[in-house]
Structure formats: structure tokens, C-alpha cells
Design a protein around this ligand. Structure first.
Ligand SMILES: [Zn+2]
Length: 167
């Protein structure tokens, strides 16, 4: 499929050494971004994961985890979240803004599976349906996302319904 100029530009920005030393494409550096995004959408759909729902939950876990000021804290009884913050911002490769340098290690307390999320990787999934290439440090593998967010077989939305019961 033909890629739009915006998509081509984003792909150029993702090559290692352009916006970051590591880049965003990992082992998929030679593959068209359009294909990677389509694959991502199919994978999440295959695992029964709604990208809007799960990114909303991840964003909230990350925000609440920041209250630990760098120490791991329990969020909503189910997750242990530890955030790291650095000064400055990172530009999105799609050139639609900048993201703070915040990372969160989110661990499911029941099965001890964890997921590393950054403000930028979360934005990339939420807005662009892009999870970074295979082998990238911040790739959000759908199977791992499912394990971390959805441990007890309940639908993801039941996790989201816990919202508001916290305070
Ligand atoms: Zn963006």
C-alpha cells in the first residue's frame, strides 16, 4: 500500500540515530510503517484488546504511579507502578507534538508480569496505533499488555470500571 507523505516522514524520523540513538523500529527498520501499524491493529484485535480502552487505563496507572515519586507504589490494589522522570521532552516521530520523559514499570501483582511504558510509547499506541518495532525496548507486545492488564480473565473494561473507587 502507498504511504502518505506524513507516514513516510514519520518512518524516516524513526530510523536509529535520527530522533533517538536507538530509533523506534528495532528489527523492523526495513519494513513499511503502514504495514507495522496494520499488523498492530490486527494483533490487538486478535487478543480482544481495545486500544483506546487499554491506553486510557495505562495512562491512568502511569499518572497515579507518579505519586510514588520514583518509589514503587500499589495502584488500585492490582498493580505495582514505579515511575522515572527526567528533564526535557521527546518529539513524536509523527511530528504532532512532544512528550515528557516519563517511564513507568507496571507490574501485575497477581502474576508478576510487567510492562515498561513511556509517555512517548503510550502516545504512539494511543494516537498512531504504533507499538515500535520488534526488539525495541518500549515495544508494547499485545500478549504482554494483556497479561499485565487483564490477569484474572475479566474483560479489560472491568479494570477500567474500577476507576473512581480509589479515592
Ligand atoms: Zn504523535
Amino acid at each position: 500500500m502507498k504511504m502518505s507523505p506524513e507516514m513516510k516522514k514519520a518512518q524516516e524520523n524513526m530510523i536509529s540515530g535520527v530522533l533517538s540513538a536507538e530509533g523506534f523500529l528495532g528489527e523492523d527498520e526495513g519494513r513499511p510503517l503502514r504495514d507495522l501499524i496494520e499488523e498492530t491493529e490486527e494483533l490487538f484485535s486478535h487478543h480482544g484488546l481495545d486500544i483506546d480502552e487499554l491506553t486510557t487505563l495505562l495512562e491512568e496507572l502511569m499518572e497515579e504511579g507518579r505519586k510514588g515519586l520514583g518509589e514503587p507504589i500499589t495502584v488500585r490494589e492490582r498493580w505495582l507502578v514505579q515511575t522515572t522522570e527526567a528533564r526535557g521532552h521527546l518529539p513524536c516521530p509523527f511530528e504532532d507534538g512532544i512528550q515528557r520523559k516519563i517511564t513507568a514499570l507496571i507490574q501485575n501483582k497477581a502474576n508478576e508480569e510487567s510492562l515498561l511504558v513511556s509517555s512517548l510509547s503510550l502516545h504512539l499506541l494511543m494516537k498512531h496505533h504504533f507499538i515500535e518495532g520488534r526488539g525495541s525496548r518500549f515495544r508494547m507486545e499485545p500478549e504482554q499488555v494483556k497479561l499485565v492488564l487483564d490477569h484474572d480473565g475479566n474483560r479489560l473494561s472491568s479494570s477500567i470500571n474500577l476507576r473512581g473507587n480509589e479515592f
